[in-house]
Design a protein around this ligand. Structure first.
Ligand code: UD1
Length: 426
């Protein structure tokens, strides 16, 4: 079993280039099915979720190659396959993104209920209701979901009851080649949704209202091949900012988009960090002595992002005073709190809220990542702790970070990827 060995207690110093966003590249890879020519993607992070998406594309008859690091070339299938194997669907939540594009191309597809982080119930009703309004029919056979659109998908006027990122992306992908006009009201406006919309526009889609809660799509017959650069990962940026806040030091994030990180920057300033927008991105300076931030709620963009909530919680474990972070998006965002306690923190869960009373010092511990961002949060906690920690469950972390141990080591931390036995953990 692999793990990350972390000897904490050092400040972080240096600069890192922010990678392309996981949550942008995954829907874009699925949307490439809609294109009738090669799609070249740049700034693609090397993640296990990206590899899983590439495997799904290949299973559907597409060809995926990597002509250079950070670049993927997709040759979409002439005639996409009509089933995504269950094993591939369950590798990640984002496998669901393939439903709409394949349905749009073939009028029939079999998928199964997707896997992913266990953050709560995570229903997909808005994806299915929206597609049903566009003419899709569904039948469930055990874990298998059979979708068909006998007359092809047609435009519809859809109002989302909640601005779901995934449902907005599914419906955008369904609408771009549907017959007639689609309105998506109450759409999500996360930067990754905008990145997908811009990609689709570059491939020939007709979309107005991009970046607003009202997307209007006029269906076109087909999309063309395109070259596209994936937007920077605001959650990866938040990870480095929270780590430097926790440990103290000075980090510069090249390529970070300050506008995408406003809520995270504000929270870190409230905790006593000095964060500035620079010509090339964002810089943070912290003496590692933070103060509690009181109450903070996550919400949809541009509010504080749910994915960054455990990261900020980790940064506040040694802050003077109290903090209470409530995740309004997912029920089970703070499964990492048990790991915080193992590090010596005073952190408790009440419903969707993690409460933290800052302690003077943390100590190393055996830790297990419960999910992707919870795993990164535990790494941050361990970086701020004195002594050695071993973090297992790295398969969760690899879904969203190319090399988390290497990233922190590049900033002066004593971190390394190890086989579990090498760390003396049996
Ligand atoms: C995406 C992100 C994830 C992020 C989340 C919220 C990707 C690959 N993942 O996930 O990292 O944490 O946005 O910013 O982009 N919901 C329903 N029915 C649905 C769909 C969603 O009830 O059909 C609920 C969910 O259970 C959740 C809320 O809506 O409570 C938000 O989910 P959503 O925005 O859809 O998140 P994802 O697209 O799954």
């Amino acid at each position: 079993m692999e793990g990350i060995r972390i000897c904490g207690g050092r400040p972080l110093r240096g600069s890192v280039q922010v990678p392309g966003a996981k949550n942008a590249v995954l829907p874009v890879l699925a949307a490439s099915i809609l294109c009738r020519g090669p799609v070249t993607l740049e700034n693609v992070p090397n993640l296990s979720d990206v590899a899983a998406a590439a495997r799904i594309l290949q299973a559907l008859g597409g060809r995926v190659s990597q002509p250079a690091p950070g670049r993927l070339r997709v040759l979409p299938p002439e005639q996409p396959g009509r089933a995504v194997p269950r094993r591939l669907m369950q590798a990640m939540r984002s496998s669901l993104f393939f439903l709409a594009p394949v349905l749009s191309r073939t009028s029939q597809v079999q998928v199964s209920l997707p896997g992913g982080c266990d953050l709560g119930a995570r229903p997909i009703d808005m994806h299915l209701h929206g597609l049903a309004a566009m003419g899709a029919r569904f039948a469930q056979d055990g874990q298998a979901l059979l979708a068909s659109a006998p007359g092809g998908l047609r435009g519809a006027d859809i109002t989302l009851r909640y601005p779901s990122v995934g449902a907005t992306e599914t419906l955008l992908m369904a609408a771009v080649c549907a017959r007639g006009e689609t309105m998506i009201r109450g759409a999500a406006i996360e930067p990754e949704v905008t990145d997908l919309a811009r990609f689709l526009q570059a491939a020939g889609a007709c979309i107005t209202g991009v970046g607003t809660r009202r997307l209007r799509v006029m269906g076109v017959q087909m999309l063309q091949g395109v070259r596209w650069r994936i937007c920077p990962d605001r959650i990866a940026a938040a990870t480095v900012l929270c780590a430097a806040a926790a440990c103290g030091g000075r980090v510069a994030l090249t390529g970070a988009v300050p506008d995408h990180c406003t809520a995270v920057v504000r929270a870190l300033c409230r905790a006593g960090c000095c964060v500035t927008a620079t010509e090339t991105g964002i810089a943070l300076e912290s003496d590692g002595r933070l103060r509690g931030i009181g109450a903070l709620l996550t919400d949809v963009y541009p509010a504080f992002p749910t994915d960054a909530a455990p990261l900020l919680a980790a940064a506040l474990l040694r802050a003077e005073g109290e903090s209470a972070i409530t995740d309004t998006v997912f029920e089970n965002r703070f499964a990492c709190a048990a790991g915080f306690s193992a590090l010596g923190a005073v952190a408790g869960i009440l419903g969707r809220t993690v409460t933290i009373r800052g302690v003077r010092g943390l100590h190393g511990a055996q830790l297990a990542a419960p999910d992707l961002r919870g795993g990164a949060a535990l790494a941050i906690g361990a970086l701020a702790a004195e002594g050695e920690s071993l973090l297992t469950g790295v398969e969760h972390i690899d879904r969203g970070y190319e090399d988390l141990a290497g990233l922190f080591a590049g900033l002066g931390a004593d971190t390394a990827r190890v086989r579990r036995r090498e760390a003396g953990a049996g």
